[in-house]
Write a protein of this length. Sequence first.
Length: 138
Amino acid sequence: MSLFNVFDTAGTGMYAQSVRLNTTSSNLANANSASSSIDQTYRARQPVFGQILKDPYASDGTAVGVRVLGVVESQTPLRREYNPGNPNADAEGYVYMPNVNVVEEMANMISASRSYQTNVEVMNTAKEMLMRTLSLGQ
């Protein structure tokens, strides 16, 4: 693997983690949004990642990056809470709450942030190595 490929690989990792941070942000923003029906209630979303293979037909399966395959909705059941004073309450006084686990989302946020930061450090290290290589001839 060329040292220049490190930038491409780290860049795919940074993009994937930024998608993860955006998804987590959306989940946290909607964590307490009540609804009167199951169909209109926000559902937690999670990105799905896959590897980018150097040669998809090779037997060694060498990965050279990560790609976002999509964003899926969580299948965890929604919370149904009795709150007759809520303007979104149904005829029985219940509201439906998103299936967002705030503690899990905070852990995702920290993990995505650290992964993004690590990819930035990889790029900085590769840049420094290239600069030192160029200065060898001086």
